[in-house]
Structures are given as C-alpha cells and as structure tokens.
Design a protein around this ligand. Structure first.
Ligand code: ADP
Length: 188
C-alpha cells in the first residue's frame, strides 16, 4: 500500500502519518524530517539545504527524489509507505510514479487533508512556540503557504486525473481526522 498524505503546511500530515505508523506498521516517508535530520547531523546535504528551508522555499527535486528512493525498500518490506510532504511538485510526482512502476507498485491513494488558511497559520504559530522550528516564523509561514498554493496544489488535478484523490476534513480533532482517513482508505 502506498499512500500520499497531502495538504498545506500545518494540515496535520505529520501527526496523522505517525498514527498510521503506530496502527498499521507502515513506514512514514517525510522528506521534511529527512532534511531536518541531515541538518541536525551536520552533513554536507544538510548544510546545502539549510538556507533554502529557512526561507520557506523548496529544495531541488533531485535531492528529495533521491532521499525517497533510498527508503522505498524499507517501506515495501513493511507493507506500506506513507508519503508525507512528498511529492511537492509535478516533477516529483512523475518521478514517484516512475520509481514505483519500476518496483511493480503504484500510488494507491492520495488523501487530501482540507484545513482553512486561518487555522493553518494558528497551528503553525503555536508549533513555533512549542518547537521553535526556524521556518515557523510568521513571514516564512506565509511564504510556505504561497509555495504550497503555487507549486504543490497543482498536484491535486494531476492525481485527480488518475482517480486517486480522497478529500478528508482536516479541521476536526486528531481522532476525527484519523477516522476520516481510515474511511477514505476503505473507499474503492
Ligand atoms: P511543512 O510542515 O511545512 O509541510 P515539511 O516538514 O514537510 O514542512 O518541510 C519543511 C521544508 O523542507 C520545506 O519548506 C522545504 O524547504 C523542504 N522540503 C520538504 N519536503 C520537500 C519536497 N518534497 N520538495 C522540496 N522541498 C521539500
């Protein structure tokens, strides 16, 4: 099973991915987490992407595609991959389709978590207070939303053409959203 959890920054992709990992034993493939780990470890890659991330911009497609490719065997062995924060551009989506095709699998579902902008900004500002992520300042949050609507939201029609998009209300409690995702994954 390969599912994409899709939606703007702050929509709850990370939280819901972790629940799916705990409940189903699948593997969360978060390019944001992978990039943050690279930074924390001080690798050459981490140093290269730091300024781009802190400005709210996207790192290059080649970098994130390689990070994802490295982890596919592990996800396959676990019986499921939850793509979180990837793909973020049409080029990334096309690369993912090809990588999975080469392995004899495909994207099964794209779960779109719908949350309005006002709520997103509130959540991200709160997260900034709790976690202090360098890209959670108000200016950068605004930039990340702009990048989302400009570069990432066009993936919805891309996957809708393949009949894979399932919209889920992301405004409820964590349990309500989890139930919505579970129901969406049951749909044919
Ligand atoms: P968010 O919570 O805003 O969705 P993430 O943790 O997924 O953030 O990503 C944080 C940052 O890492 C992004 O703003 C971007 O700079 C970089 N990043 C993560 N995933 C990708 C990707 N698939 N393509 C390009 N850049 C990415």
């Amino acid at each position: 099973m390969n599912i994409i959890l899709f939606g703007p920054p702050g929509c709850g992709k990370g939280t819901q991915s972790k629940r799916l990992v705990a409940e189903r034993g699948w593997v969360q493939l978060s390019t944001g987490d992978m990039l943050r780990h690279a930074r924390a470890a001080g690798t050459e890659l981490g140093q290269r992407v730091a300024a781009i991330m802190d400005g709210g911009n996207l790192v290059s497609d080649a970098i994130v595609i390689e990070l994802i490719e490295e982890r596919l065997p592990e996800a396959e062995a676990a019986g499921g991959a939850i793509f979180d924060g990837f793909p973020r551009t049409v080029a990334q989506a096309q690369a993912l389709d090809q990588l999975l095709l080469d392995r004899g699998t495909k994207v099964d579902s794209v779960v779109e978590l719908k949350v309005n902008d006002e709520e997103l900004v509130q959540r991200l500002v709160k997260r900034a207070e709790e976690e202090g992520r360098p890209d959670d300042t108000e200016d950068v949050i605004r930039k990340r939303l702009e990048v989302y609507y400009g570069q990432t939201a066009p993936l919805i029609p891309f996957f809708a053409d393949q009949g894979k998009v399932k919209a889920v209300d992301g405004m409820g409690s964590m349990d309500e959203v989890a139930a919505g995702i579970a129901a969406a994954l049951e749909e044919k």
